[in-house]
Design a protein around this ligand. Structure first.
Ligand SMILES: [Zn+2]
Ligand SMILES: [Zn+2]
Length: 358
């Protein structure tokens, strides 16, 4: 790429710096405004300006709260177990009752597997914020081998892309755009036939991170994609060789249809404004930053795992591990922003009912 000049370096440097920044992702006093805390993230107050009645601040508290690594890995492990149970069931049905019956059962098993597959992929987000392991290199290796392998992407690439979501939430430059559409039936069908995947792919390209990658980033991306293909091949090949091809169909439906749909739906419920209009192009008109806090029922805990059900907290302080959200929420509820948090509380179902009107 040496002939492409400055733009190559500019984007390569940007990708690198976006990888470095999640480490200091907290609102900080702005020296240009005489030390007044500033809002670093759209829709977020400056957390380090907040104090509880006893004078504690979040940066102080957070320093004493390392991620709960045991809980994190237990959460990931249990989700893999759920996914494996779904696949084992699909194989058992094909082996016992034949592929005809297996095909009838495939959509149901696919919903189960796609749900847990999506749930595991959410942890890529913890990895993006260096919350899988205290050592950054090990964090990225674990992310690659345990999470990114499912979707064939590279954690450094994802981190740069995802970080722009934090910096530009609700703006036309936001890199995560599924909330630009309402969770309607039409959207569900578009997702199932791949139309939405194409939109996301295009937005990803427009974000510029793919345009002129450094050679090292290119080879990382290729390696990550190859690793993903090998992973899915290693699952599908023995199943097909055993003659249980309906189980392979169920797996493909889970990965290619259910997973993308649930991922898009979740993001719509997290960020779409009830005032958003279906005929507005939010890549041209700012949508505005909207964050929600969903309840703690078992469905919400599974669907919005890895802290996603308290997405507002994550946007207010992206570098805090979800395993410390109880403490973060507890702190914030003792400060002046408690009413803002209470105002954002809802359930996935209630949010869906409002937003599905289009
Ligand atoms: Zn978000
Ligand atoms: Zn994030």
């Amino acid at each position: 790429m040496s002939g492409s000049g400055g733009s190559v370096d500019a984007i390569a440097v940007e990708t690198d710096s976006l990888n470095a920044r999640p480490t200091d992702a907290i609102a900080t006093p702005d020296s240009a405004s005489n030390g007044t805390p500033r809002t670093l993230f759209p829709g977020s107050p400056a957390l380090d300006g907040l104090r509880t009645a006893d004078g504690s601040s979040w940066p102080e508290l957070r320093r004493r709260l390392p991620a709960r690594w045991g809980r994190l890995w237990l959460d990931i492990g249990l989700r893999y177990l759920m996914l494996a149970l779904g696949l084992a069931l699909a194989c058992a049905v094909a082996a016992r009752f034949g592929n005809g019956f297996g095909l009838v059962a495939a959509p149901f098993v696919a919903v189960w597997m796609g749900f847990w597959f999506a749930s595991i992929v959410l942890f890529i987000h913890e990895a993006a914020h260096y919350n899988l392991h205290p050592d950054k290199d090990k964090n990225d290796r674990l992310a690659g081998n345990v999470i990114c392998v499912l979707i064939g992407n590279d954690i450094k690439h994802y981190r740069a892309h995802h970080w722009k979501h934090h910096l530009y939430l609700g703006d036309t430059a936001d890199t995560e755009i599924s909330y630009h559409w309402a969770p309607t039936l039409r959207f569900a069908i578009e997702t199932m036939v791949g139309v939405h995947a194409w939109r996301v792919f295009r937005a990803h390209r427009n974000a510029g991170l793919d345009a002129f990658p450094k050679a090292s980033a290119r080879s990382r991306n290729t390696l990550a994609l190859a690793r993903g293909i090998v992973f899915h091949g290693a699952i599908l090949l023995p199943i097909v060789l055993a003659g249980w091809w309906s189980a392979a169909v169920a797996w493909a439906l889970a990965v290619l249809v259910v997973f993308p749909y649930l991922s898009a739906l979740r993001q719509q419920l997290e960020h779409r404004s009830p005032d958003a209009a279906s005929d507005v192009d939010y890549t041209k008109v700012p949508h505005g930053a909207v964050n929600r806090m969903f309840g703690g029922d078992p469905f919400a805990r599974a669907f919005g795992c890895a802290g996603f059900r308290r997405h507002l907290l994550h946007h207010w302080d992206p570098s805090t591990s979800y395993t410390r959200f109880d403490e973060l929420e507890g702190f914030l509820m003792q400060t002046e922003v408690a009413p803002l948090i209470d105002g954002a509380r809802t359930t996935y179902f209630a949010a869906w009912r409002v937003l599905a009107r289009g």
